[in-house]
Design a protein around this ligand. Structure first.
Ligand code: CP3
Length: 339
């Protein structure tokens, strides 16, 4: 396992071939996923079914022979055990019907033991390890505390995080109490995923980019640091991904992660030049997988040329989009394999 291309690059080793995986590599663009998904009207039942989760995790590995698998689950699984009523509504995404807006609501949340409440994740990890090729690392993941909390505060995906920012600015002690709670739960859950068998860990802070640099330093960074401090004890590499966060990169890079995911808006040549010793992950535009093969090849090769002499993890700049053509994914992966 230690010899895997993926883990060697996480450790900063320069390999002639680069490892590749894709954020949201399991999901609706795969016909075999859609077929399985049809058996679970409720997405959370799918995630909590260890066999189904393991199967969904390995589907993209079978098809594309990727260098890492990511556990099929979701960043929001820690919300229901807290007493938050989470559902995934078709066409709307995640919905929390009892969002958190006051200190009283924070205090009324249930304390829970992840080892018990999220034990289905343990079963899913164990089942997945049986199905995966022996040298393929399995990634566990959580959301950044800001990102998870924003779903709990907004009650749904939000364009501008208005309620989250309002809470922070008008009632900072409630905001802090909630984020501290999220950070502790998230850190412990991430460490557990390592104890249960995950070979590397990912923190996905999808909404960080909505914050100004000043607010990021107060509203998100300290809580992500807590997650990392708790999870570091598990002794696994941690990849930090922030979306839309080029303006925050200097602050993000103060985190003690093994590698940093950058989205497709980041100007990779200057990011690499400014940070010669840092391992990055990314950053092809997910929409490019809809383009003609020659264009996918050209832009993928451009990234490969840039990272030739450094450790790097090939990936998209965000998750695979719904409707992505399998052919586009194949062209991306083959360009990397044939480089
Ligand atoms: O393959 C993988 O990446 C592993 C599984 C995974 C899912 N979600 C499965 C999923 C991972 C790593 C996530 C992370 C996740 N979930 C993030 C961070 C990454 C990102 O994309 O920014 C966020 C913000 C979420 C929250 C979430 N979950 C949303 C906004 C949605 C609805 C929108 C959507 O994409 O459908 C989900 C549901 C979800 N999580 C699906 C999948 C495959 C779709 C469910 C379905 O089949 O209907």
């Amino acid at each position: 396992m230690k010899d895997s291309l993926f883990l060697r690059n996480c450790a900063g080793e320069v390999t002639s071939e680069k490892p590749v995986w894709m954020m949201r590599q399991a999901g609706r663009y795969l016909p075999e996923y859609r077929e399985m998904r049809a058996r679970f009207p409720n997405f959370l039942d799918f995630v909590a079914d260890a066999e189904a989760s393991a199967e969904a995790t390995v589907q993209p590995i079978r098809r594309f022979n990727l260098d890492a698998a990511i556990l099929f689950s979701d960043i929001l699984v820690t919300l229901p055990p807290l007493g938050l009523d989470l559902s995934f509504v078709s066409g709307r995404g995640p919905v929390v019907s009892n969002p958190i807006r006051t200190m009283q609501e924070v205090r009324s949340l249930t304390t829970f033991d992840s080892e018990k409440a999220l034990s289905y994740t343990r079963s899913a990890i164990e089942k997945t390890k049986q199905l995966l090729p022996s040298g393929t690392p399995l990634l566990g993941f959580v959301g950044g505390p800001l990102t998870i909390a924003s779903y709990a505060i907004e009650g749904q995906s939000s364009k501008n995080l208005l309620n989250t920012k309002k809470l922070f600015h008008s009632d900072p002690s409630t905001y802090k109490a909630f984020l501290e709670l999220m950070a502790t739960i998230t850190g412990k859950y991430l460490a557990l995923q390592a104890d249960w068998g995950c070979d590397a860990l990912v923190i996905m802070d999808s909404w960080a980019g909505h914050l100004s640099a000043e607010d990021y330093r107060e509203m998100a960074l300290p809580y992500t640091k807590t997650v990392m401090e708790i999870a570091k004890h598990a002794g696994r590499p941690i990849i930090h991904y922030a979306n839309g966060a080029s303006h925050l990169l200097k602050d993000v890079l103060t985190l003690n992660a093994s590698a940093f995911g950058v989205d497709w808006r980041a100007d990779l040549p200057s990011v690499l030049a400014d940070n010669p010793k840092t391992v990055f992950q990314g950053n092809l535009d997910p929409a490019l997988l809809f383009a003609p093969p020659s264009e996918i090849k050209r832009q993928t090769t451009e990234i490969l040329n840039l990272v030739k002499d450094r450790a790097h993890i090939m990936n998209l700049g965000h998750g695979v989009l719904q409707g992505t053509p399998i052919e586009g994914v194949n062209t991306f992966i083959e360009t990397i394999r044939n480089y």
